[in-house]
Design a protein around this ligand. Structure first.
Ligand SMILES: Nc1ncnc2c1ncn2[C@@H]1O[C@H](COP(=O)(O)OP(=O)(O)OP(=O)(O)O)[C@@H](O)[C@H]1O
Ligand SMILES: [Mg+2]
Length: 275
């Protein structure tokens, strides 16, 4: 029996008591659904920020979420990542991983990465060091904080630098990057941990048009290998991404479909687009 098998059996044993396997890399995509929300409600002092929200995201999908301020978009990300607890409803990652039973750290470890609106990079470290550090902070990678990176790890940093278009800036302190470049670096830091699902809250806010278009290209190139859920208000950007658009309103799904369809939906025009 290999060490790998023993680890997995141990992990299974540790996890059966709480009813779901926590084996890394084992997201069951047999029904092609990576994220399943059913009837999810979150209340703050009686106010329902999410109100019986139901939503499915397919494996490899690039989904956009739009909706007016206060619709519950950020709360939805908070509840998926375990930052806020649901009062009721089902929240599954793949077929078997019950997110309601997991802590924030366990959810991140299972493969859900989240990008907040404000970039949070280490300003005094170089771009390369930021990526290196996020790899070392990934417990799965088993890279010592003080060890040199091996060749595979260096290749991974180099690939990510190219992907986020910062290969020319690897040695620069992150604090000297433009706002858009800092956003890309933070996305790169998330990618170092190989998330299966990426949640991005208003990723192009404050970016120039050129940076926004480049971010769109980046997200489209990530789809397929990763699943992405992107919350945005920028309609040109949503159009560029080209995926299914879900409109949230008062904590529930108001409409869903391609952008042209939801843009022509009278209810969507009333609550959001016609403002
Ligand atoms: N921790 C909290 N305590 C109390 N109310 C909250 C909390 N978090 C969110 N809310 C409320 O829940 C509602 C949904 O907020 P949320 O931030 O999810 O909206 P949003 O769709 O992300 O809006 P925006 O487009 O402005 O970012 C709002 O009315 C907000 O005030
Ligand atoms: Mg928000």
């Amino acid at each position: 029996m290999t060490a790998h098998t023993i680890d997995r059996e141990q992990a299974w044993e540790d996890s059966t008591s709480i009813g779901h396997p926590l084996v890394q890399g084992e997201v069951d995509l047999s029904h092609n659904v990576i994220l399943y929300l059913d009837n999810v409600t979150v209340s703050f002092d009686g106010f329902r920020a999410l109100n019986a929200l139901s939503l499915n995201i397919d494996a490899g999908e690039l989904r956009c979420i739009i909706g007016p301020n206060g619709a519950g978009k950020t709360t939805m990300m908070d509840v998926i990542t375990g930052k806020t607890r649901a009062d009721r409803g089902k929240l599954f990652f793949g077929q078997t991983i019950d997110l309601r039973r997991m802590t924030e750290a366990e959810i991140a470890h299972a493969g859900i990465g989240r990008k907040f609106q404000k970039p949070t990079v280490f300003e005094n470290l170089s771009v390369f060091e930021n990526l290196e550090l996020s790899m070392k902070m990934d417990k799965r990678a088993r890279v010592s904080l003080f060890a040199w990176l091996d060749d595979d790890a260096r290749d991974k940093v180099a690939d990510t630098l190219r992907l986020i278009r910062l290969d020319g800036e690897a040695g620069r302190p992150a604090g000297l990057l433009s706002h858009g470049q800092k956003q890309w670096l933070e996305i790169g830091m998330l990618l170092m941990q190989d998330p299966k699902l990426l949640l991005l809250d208003e990723p192009v806010a404050g970016m120039t048009d050129d940076e926004t278009a480049r971010t769109g290209e980046l997200f489209k190139s990530l789809a397929g290998k990763h699943s992405l859920v992107v919350v945005e208000h920028d309609m040109a950007f949503i159009e560029q991404l080209g995926g299914v658009v879900t409109v949230l309103h008062e904590g529930s799904v108001l409409a869903e479909g391609d952008l042209a369809t939801v843009q022509n939906d009278q209810r969507v025009i009333e609550v959001y687009l016609g403002r």
